[in-house]
Design a protein around this ligand. Structure first.
Ligand SMILES: O=C(O)CCC(=O)C(=O)O
Ligand SMILES: [Fe+2]
Length: 462
């Protein structure tokens, strides 16, 4: 989910930091490779200003959440009292895997699934029929994943019946559940957004890319019966990595029965996993807390936006500010590395990506970025290892990282065979497999390059 208040934040932060931005960037770092690591006299001033901007946006979001879902206590239903025994819980690894706000949550890396349904059949039917009618009538959320992935998706705030229902359900069920799992004060939680999503195999709306949600805590409730679709469930990066751990999950995908709920820190990377037939409906609720501004997350979003606009020095400065706020989140290192790579500082970028992998070894996007830089540095053997690791970690062959990794793994194999013809039999069969795989998922713009590589691989094996 992308933060819909990005544009507003961007404008606000640019205004407060405009003078600093013109003063020219300085990259500092605590852990830190060497690129231009000058001291930054204005860095703490910048951090203060960014904090103030983040706080203003956060307050606005909390206020909107309050207005959209006015808490309504229900005289007939006391808030539920949840116990550990009400859940099956899984860990994605150390708490730092749960993103830059992990420290504000108890057991941030745990994903909890209720043992019993939280919603009745009547509640589910009402939600699906109201959302279905709105989708039929052309309503859509404004999130990028929806458009790119052909999903049906509507904001609960736009559905009058569902909205009133959720305001009640939050009070007696959802907020007590989250408070019991993550040690947060339920009176401080506000809905940042809530969506009803329809995956539909016949319309090609089958999955999401792996992502973090732009909130603090996320809740996911299954509205479909598991027999209504095949595949599906929610993929969690890192979930299956530590299979010796007592909380280890049976696979990287968790599936819910109808009406059951799952919650996780929004910073744990996850995705709606590919369905192969049928329809899968889910209700998702994204919550923020009055007590946590989530400044590092918000400033990182701004840094990515600056990078996309080509404002690389400003992007590096902003990532730097994020690292001043929170230095344990791998994604901040990854972000800084990608901006530095675009600025031509490949060596520093590689060093930062290595730091990212030390903090979080299960990210395909870090592995593929490292592979690409190694390939550019003419180290195809080391690059190949990173591309192969990317493919092990990716959630789906259609993930951008997997597409890139299969093509570049093939390219590395071809380069290695060209450099050492005597050993070509060691590299070429695998290279051809990877290139064939790449061809299956390649976008039109890449097909020609992949076909060319495959021809080279075939010529070399003769
Ligand atoms: O469909 C799912 O299981 C995940 C949904 C989700 O992650 C989202 O909408 O942000
Ligand atoms: Fe999500």
């Amino acid at each position: 989910m992308l933060c819909s208040s990005m544009a507003m934040f961007s404008a606000c932060a640019s205004v407060v930091a405009g003078d600093l931005r013109r003063a020219g960037h300085v990259i500092t770092s605590r852990s830190r490779p060497s690129h231009a690591l000058r001291s930054a006299p204005y860095m703490s001033e910048l951090v203060d200003k960014l904090l103030a901007a983040a706080t203003a946006i956060h307050q606005q979001e909390c206020h909107n959440g309050w207005l959209n879902f006015v808490p309504e206590s229900n005289a007939e239903h006391e808030p539920r009292n949840f116990q550990d025994a009400d859940f099956i819980s899984y860990s994605v690894g150390p708490d730092s895997f749960a993103g830059p706000d992990a420290r504000s949550l108890r057991d941030a890396s745990l994903i909890h699934i209720t043992r019993e349904p939280l919603l009745s059949g009547g509640e589910i039917n009402a939600l699906v029929s109201e959302a279905g009618a709105a989708i039929e009538a052309g309503a859509r959320s404004n999130f990028t994943y929806t458009r790119q992935n052909n999903l049906g998706e509507v904001h609960v705030a736009h559905l009058p019946v569902a909205r009133a229902w959720l305001a009640r359900k939050l009070e007696d069920t959802i907020l007590p559940l989250l408070a019991s799992r993550y040690g947060v004060d339920r009176t401080t939680l506000r809905v940042f957004d809530s969506l009803i999503i329809q995956y539909n195999a016949s319309q090609g709306g089958v999955r999401q890319p792996v992502h973090r949600d732009g909130s603090l805590l996320s809740v996911n409730i299954a509205l479909s019966r598991s027999l209504d679709y095949t595949g599906g469930g929610t993929f969690f990066e890192g979930l299956h990595a530590d299979s010796q751990h007592e909380d280890a999950a049976p696979s990287a995908v968790l599936s819910l029965e109808q009406g059951h709920a799952m919650c996780h820190a929004s910073g744990v990377r996850h995705a709606g996993h590919r369905i192969t037939s049928g329809e899968r409906w889910v209700l998702v609720i994204f919550l923020i807390s009055e007590r946590n501004v989530q400044a590092a997350r918000r400033v990182a979003e701004l840094a990515w936006e600056a990078q996309a606009k080509g404002e690389l020095e400003w992007s590096a400065t902003l990532f730097n500010a994020c690292l001043e706020m929170e230095d344990n989140d791998y994604e901040l290192y990854y972000g800084m590395a990608s901006t530095l790579a675009m600025m031509g500082h490949a060596k520093d970028a590689r060093a930062l990506l290595l730091l990212a992998t030390q903090r979080y070894a299960c990210s395909p996007k870090v592995q593929v970025a490292l592979g690409s830089l190694l390939l550019k540095a003419r180290r195809p053997r080391a690059a190949l290892r990173r591309f192969e690791r990317t493919l092990e970690l990716a959630s789906d062959a259609d993930d951008e990282e997997a597409k890139e990794a299969s093509m570049y793994a093939g390219l590395c194999g071809v380069r290695l065979a060209q450099a050492q013809p005597a050993y070509s039999s060691a590299f070429l069969p695998q290279a051809k497999r990877r290139l064939t795989q790449a061809l299956e998922v390649a976008d039109a713009s890449k097909r020609h390059a992949v076909e060319g590589l495959l021809m080279q691989a075939n010529a070399l094996s003769r």
